[in-house]
Design a protein around this ligand. Structure first.
Ligand SMILES: [Zn+2]
Length: 286
């Protein structure tokens, strides 16, 4: 058991048809009419975490808080951190700053109404904090968020911030917890979540986390409830998007269990606080 340092475990709470790969093919207006597998898949993750006594941060869509308030309350009741993944999973660079502000305010309002407590963290859909949308961090700070976990300092299909700092730091008045990367031939590569986590052999993920530790920093892992569901309905999408979404879904749970056995995890907020982050957690209901 590698007990130090404490790493951050994060789950982006969205249903299988809400992901960016299906945007344009699955209308948001039809979300509530589709078969939802969100509660069952999230419960599956919660039961594994309960078995291990591990806490995580769940970045939840405002839409999910609106339609599944009981699920959101149960995350908090079980000791997990609830943070925000935006309202309707819109990529930041498809929004104006005003639209983005409305989106993150609405989601924070809904989450805080359901939870009865302030929400400190935010993660953008598909890591869409990119060079052109750095204004989003100013909006988040102004809207009372205390930290962001949206920067992926490596190439990514829809996001990624080339040259960004690779470990927790302060950025535009917020704490930023960038996704973990491993340096290979002098270049950063993502490995610790989503399609990367499912595609790479577990040994490589473990090596990546150990490499972060050797650099003196914690790692951050991100997964989604639908990644634990090999039986989810297949939706039409591009070949590459389809590969990324469906590759090795049947292996997620087993790898996840190994990961929890090999390393210590806590919430993003808890890990950031260990590194000096104190958060303004302003309620939007002041
Ligand atoms: Zn997402």
């Amino acid at each position: 058991m590698d007990s130090s340092p404490l790493n951050a475990l994060t789950i982006d709470v969205e249903d299988y048809f809400m992901v960016s790969a299906f945007e344009g093919r699955v209308s948001r207006d039809g979300w509530s009419r589709r078969e939802s597998r969100l509660e069952a898949n999230t419960e599956r993750i919660l039961s594994i975490l309960a078995e291990r006594g591990t806490r995580a941060t769940f970045f939840v869509l405002g839409w999910v808080a609106e339609h599944f308030p009981g699920l959101v309350r149960s995350l908090a009741r079980q000791g997990h951190e609830v943070a925000c993944h935006g309202h309707e999973h819109r990529l930041i660079y498809h929004q104006t700053p005003q639209e983005f502000r409305r989106d993150v305010r609405r989601a924070k309002d809904l989450l805080e109404d359901v939870l009865g407590q302030p929400v400190a963290g935010y993660r953008a859909p598909s890591f869409s904090v990119v060079k052109e949308t750095m204004w989003a961090l100013d909006v988040l700070r102004e809207e009372g968020y205390g930290y962001d976990a949206s920067v992926l300092p490596a190439p990514h299909a829809r996001g990624g911030l080339h040259g960004a700092q690779r470990f927790p730091h302060q950025l535009q008045g917020l704490w930023e917890f960038p996704m973990s990367t491993a340096m290979i031939a002098g270049r950063p590569f993502a490995f610790s979540g989503g399609g990367y986590f499912r595609l790479f052999p577990y040994a490589l993920v473990r090596q990546g986390i150990r490499a972060c530790h050797r650099e003196g920093w914690p790692a951050i892992v991100y997964l989604h409830p639908w990644e634990f569901d090999p039986d989810q309905p297949r939706l039409p999408c591009g070949t590459l998007d389809g590969f990324r979404h469906y590759v090795n879904l049947s292996k997620t749970e087993e790898k996840f269990r190994r990961l929890l056995g090999d390393f210590s995890f806590g919430t993003a907020r808890e890990v950031l606080q260990k590194y000096g982050g104190t958060f303004r957690c302003e309620s939007t209901k002041s």
